[in-house]
Write a protein that binds this ligand. Structure first.
Ligand code: HAM
Length: 415
């Protein structure tokens, strides 16, 4: 038997219907925030991701050569593609440009619960603006999306990568080795960072101060301790968030992010119930366009890990109610089979999900099938009833059935 590749999944109808319905919830929030949808290719020139994504993404990249010897890669994320598309075709549009996207991304990771090789992101980018209002708008939209899905137990942490980058520079880390240090700080691997820093000539006490900085965590009061202009900047972000009703935020200068392109505010949302793979959303402000041949343009964005947020909802007991068929239409005799199709099509035109027997089953078997597909009603068409302009309407839950006038069928089902 051939199975789907490791780290990928099939989405069977029950699961896919649920996913589509939650995707529609997120889409609705994005639209109400004034974002418009964008779609980019699933594979890109590999260079797009190699330029700035950082070593973490590089080793997870699904890269390959095509028959024309081009170096391509499946997208590991969608920010770089969206910015490329902006440089290609939208760079003269009025700013800010607010875009959202939903699609699959690919990373060669070790699969486990909540971590896949093919996974889905719902994300957004605000291109061409670098204000605290921009950052607040992005964070508020992420928070609204999480709330709209009904998730209760989550933690939103906001940091500032600019503060860490500045400190790393000040203590003498060469620019081309910053990413290496940030990667260790991201995972709080201070014991591994220390010898690296020593090797770069950084003093022990400076290393300690750097580690202490990444441990700066708390309410907005800790912003007084944030060095430089970043503290005041984040205070404004937090104030705008409060104006939009987003108050459950924590300041955490240890938010480093796994990707390399961030420059200022960074944020993450985690769902503690998920254990190891608990990060359900990540984002921040960045610049990328200058790497892709455009002007330098400041942007802020985020992506929700769609698979993970659904897992978190499941853990919280959020149950999806499936859209079952409204009606299943059955002919009780061969002579009235054409009537069953006529009636099914009238019900469909009336906007109902109406299924009809296409296997010529006997009544008992057809009703068992109707129950199996969870139809709410069965319409049974008998030669004698139809001659009187009537059909039998059966409630599939209770088994109760009644004759109804054919002309009133849709109305009776609705009632
Ligand atoms: P990221 O943090 O790498 O950010 O990914 C965003 C989210 O995707 C993560 O928080 C996580 O929920 C989900 N995710 C990542 N890898 C996997 C995986 N292997 N399996 C399941 N879910 C996964 C970005 O990708 C940035 N492009 C976000 C962004 C947009 N920053 C600015 N704009």
């Amino acid at each position: 038997m051939i199975q789907c590749p490791r780290g990928t999944r099939d989405f069977l109808p029950d699961e896919l219907e649920k996913r589509r319905s939650y995707e529609a919830v997120l889409r609705g929030v994005a639209e109400r925030f004034g974002f418009r949808e964008i779609e980019t290719p699933i594979f890109e020139n590999a260079e797009l991701f190699i330029l700035r994504s950082g070593p973490g993404v590089m080793k997870e990249l699904y890269a390959f050569k095509d028959k024309g010897d081009r170096d391509l890669a499946l997208r590991p994320e969608m920010t770089a593609p969206v910015v490329r598309a902006f440089v290609d075709g939208m760079s003269n549009d009025p700013k800010p440009i607010k875009l959202f996207y939903f699609g699959q991304c690919f990373r060669y990771e070790r699969p486990q619960s909540g971590r896949y090789r093919e996974f889905f992101q719902f994300g957004a980018e605000i291109i061409g603006s670098a204000t605290p209002e921009t950052d607040a708008e992005a964070i508020a939209m992420a928070a609204s999306m999480i709330k709209a899905l009904g998730l209760k137990d989550y933690k939103l942490r906001i940091g500032h990568i600019g503060v860490l980058r500045q400190r790393i520079k000040n203590i003498g880390v060469p620019t081309d080795r910053t990413a290496e240090i940030l990667q260790k700080l991201d995972k709080k691997l201070y014991d591994e960072a220390r010898p690296l820093l020593k090797d770069m000539g950084v003093k022990d006490e400076d290393a300690d101060e750097l580690f202490a900085l990444t441990e700066t965590v708390g309410g907005t009061e800790v912003l007084d301790k944030v060095p430089g202009e970043a503290g005041d900047y984040l205070k404004k972000v937090v104030a705008y968030l409060a104006a939009m009703g987003v108050t459950d935020v924590e300041i955490d200068l240890g938010v480093v992010r796994g990707l390399d392109y961030y420059t200022g505010m960074v944020f993450e949302v985690e769902a503690p119930a998920l254990g190891a793979e608990k990060q359900i959303c990540g984002g921040g402000s960045y610049t990328l366009s200058e790497l892709f041949g455009g002007e330098k343009v400041f942007s802020t964005g985020f992506a929700i890990g769609f698979d993970r947020i659904l897992l978190a909802m499941e853990k919280e007991g959020i149950v999806y109610t499936p859209k079952n068929p409204d009606v299943y239409v059955v002919a009780a005799a061969d002579s009235v089979r054409p009537d069953s199709f006529r009636i099914a099509s009238q019900l469909r035109e009336a906007g109902m999900i109406a299924d009809v027997d296409i296997m010529g089953r006997k009544l008992g078997k057809a009703l068992r099938y109707a129950a199996a597909i969870r139809a709410r009603w069965a319409v049974i068409i008998g030669p004698e009833e139809i001659a009187r302009g009537k059909v039998v309407l059966r409630n599939m839950d209770s088994g109760a059935q009644d004759e109804v006038v054919l002309a009133d069928l849709a109305a009776s089902i609705r009632a």
